[in-house]
Design a binder for this molecule. Structure first.
Ligand code: FE2
Ligand code: FE2
Length: 270
């Protein structure tokens, strides 16, 4: 088919993906390097005072916090690569080329940090289950929805919490950078999903609600899971954690309705 036979919309330069393109430009401006972090100049993680036993216990807690973030970003690398492969639109591919780099950079930084903190700790089995589910989703719409609209948004408050309790460390600096990066990943996903859903039929939209309902109970297990070394702190924070989780899930539902989805069939597991 020659260009003049194409329907008008396809022949004219489309502005539909300008929103996604803006996030590409934003991501380029926000780009940083692992070497920008103050390695060797400030402590990698907070330094505890007290007995050798207390020091070791605190260190184990930080190793565990970092291991979970490393695990999340290792999964994000795979997910970003899938999104890059699947997205058929040029603007989205450009954007995802930056997201793949971001997630790889995050993994690199966590790997360096976990080494300085004394090595990796126990992995969260529920995060593995969540990753498997996301990676196995069938369509681009489902992947953008669960990964960028939900997951990227829901982990941002956790970076803020970690940063708040690790002032003056490389860990704090890294968490602040990740808050910005994941804010861009989320915003780009919202912009892209909005365009993808413009022409979507009822069945496609219904499918998003179905996968969200499958995802939420696993997300809850992941969010409330604590390894052995953090069991004591976890018990003390249980009700606060549950409340925070409820707020996060409510936020996810608000985002789904912003995308024009019928959220009345979303079942909150908590
Ligand atoms: Fe990341
Ligand atoms: Fe991300």
């Amino acid at each position: 088919m020659s260009v003049d036979q194409l329907p008008a919309e396809e022949a004219a330069p489309s502005r539909r993906y300008d929103g996604v393109l803006r996030y590409y430009e934003l991501a380029k401006r926000a780009e940083w390097k692992v070497g920008d972090l103050q390695w060797g100049e400030i402590p990698p993680i907070p330094e505890a005072r007290g007995s050798a036993e207390k020091l070791a216990r605190r260190r184990d807690v930080w190793r565990s916090v970092i291991t979970q973030q490393l695990q999340a970003d290792a999964f994000a690398v795979e997910m970003a690569a899938q999104l890059f492969q699947l997205a058929p639109h040029h603007e989205a591919k450009l954007y995802y080329s930056t997201m793949v780099q971001d997630e790889s950079r995050h993994v690199e930084a966590w790997l360096k940090l976990v080494e300085q903190a004394g090595g990796t700790a126990e992995q969260d089995p529920h995060l593995d289950a969540l990753a498997r589910m996301f990676l196995d989703l069938d369509t681009l719409e489902e992947k953008v929805f669960l990964m960028q609209v939900f997951f990227e948004r829901l982990i941002i408050p956790r970076f803020r919490l970690i940063a708040r309790s690790s002032r003056g460390t490389v860990l704090e600096d890294l968490c602040n950078r990740l808050t910005i990066d994941d804010g861009i990943h989320h915003g780009a996903g919202m912009a892209y999903e909005r365009v993808l859903l413009e022409d979507a039929d009822r069945k496609t939209k219904q499918q998003l609600i179905t996968v969200a309902n499958q995802m939420m109970p696993i997300f809850v297990q992941h969010a409330l899971w604590r390894p052995q070394v953090r069991a004591r702190i976890a018990a003390a924070m249980e009700s606060r954690d549950a409340q925070r989780l409820r707020e996060d899930l409510d936020d996810g539902i608000r985002l789904a309705s912003l995308l024009g989805l019928d959220v009345s069939e979303l079942r909150l597991p908590v």
